[in-house]
Design a protein around this ligand. Structure first.
Ligand SMILES: Cc1cc2nc3c(=O)[nH]c(=O)nc-3n(C[C@H](O)[C@H](O)[C@H](O)COP(=O)(O)O)c2cc1C
Length: 269
């Protein structure tokens, strides 16, 4: 199939949205759509990403753009020849067939978002997110987590200080500071592990209730840690481990495929 596409930047990625629905056009009712493409006489293989409602796109990574002689800002009105890559589809089916459901979709689609709208979060969304955090596993089921919830802009701004990595608190509708009780969970590594599990549960729930968020690490030696302890009156035996900034956002960051086969070792390294 021949078509004309605009290759352009969307968030961190340079993409081309297809002007047709490849599922119906290529008759691939389910699963990953692998394609073989030609742009500017250069052949490459890819797999299509979905935006929903039959809208699919190709991600052009840095190397591919370099090969095509296209800048990461993209190029408009590019001729694209595209056809399904049956061989790749068969190889994946044989080796890495995966299931799909709502939970797995949230896990693969969740993305760190750092720019938020002013729209408020509802109580039901907040309760749902907090409950997800409290459902996390913990070593010996000690459940040392405590969550400090703040929607107070002044407090949020006061802890930004000079830390460039938490500027998103300027626009976040709320933040949750995930803390661990170091008396209840005496082993320091387990406090970190338990609170990290709670943090990821919270991030997934934020995604699942239609919000966006980002995990900000709180290192014990940092000014950020000290500022959090002071601003939120945290007792010395409670350790803040992460801060999650979240809210509504129109940043629809798309995650690439992160199934890196070389990171998986069956039976031994
Ligand atoms: C322990 C930890 C600390 C992080 N700290 C920050 C941070 O301070 N500021 C920030 O913007 N993102 C922070 N992140 C988010 C990562 O940058 C992000 O997860 C990573 O770039 C991958 O992007 P993704 O979450 O969209 O997959 C942190 C993530 C983790 C797990």
């Amino acid at each position: 199939m021949e078509c004309i596409v605009d290759i352009k930047k969307e968030g961190k990625f340079t993409i081309a949205i297809l002007p047709f629905n490849p599922r119906t056009e290529f008759d691939i009712p389910k699963g990953t759509i692998y394609v073989k493409c030609i742009v500017e006489n250069i052949e490459f293989k890819s797999k299509l990403m979905s935006k929903g409602d039959g809208c699919y796109f190709i991600i052009f990574n840095k190397q591919l753009l370099k090969n095509l002689g296209i800048s990461k800002e993209g190029r408009l009105n590019v001729n694209l020849s595209i056809e399904p890559d049956i061989v790749a589809a068969i190889i994946e089916l044989e080796n890495y067939e995966m299931l799909e459901n709502e939970v797995l979709k949230a896990i693969s689609e969740r993305a760190s978002i750092r720019r938020f709208d002013s729209k408020e979060i509802s109580d039901i969304q907040m309760n749902t997110v907090l409950n997800a955090g409290l459902c996390a596993p913990s070593a010996s089921n000690k459940r040392p987590f405590h969550f400090i919830v703040s929607k107070d802009r002044e407090k949020m701004i006061s802890i930004i200080g000079t830390n460039p990595y938490i500027k998103m608190l300027n626009s976040a509708a709320a933040c949750i500071i995930v803390c661990g009780d170091t008396v209840v969970q005496g082993t320091a590594e387990w406090v970190l592990a338990d609170c990290s599990a709670a943090t990821q549960n919270i991030l997934l729930a934020i995604h699942a209730v239609g919000l966006k968020g980002v995990w900000c690490g709180v290192r014990q030696s940092s000014d950020f840690y000290k500022d959090i302890v002071k601003t939120f009156d945290i007792p010395s035996y409670i350790r803040p481990v992460s801060l999650i900034a979240f809210g509504y956002s129109d940043d629809n960051k798309i995650q690439p495929n992160r199934f890196e086969k070389d990171k998986i070792h069956f039976e031994s390294w």
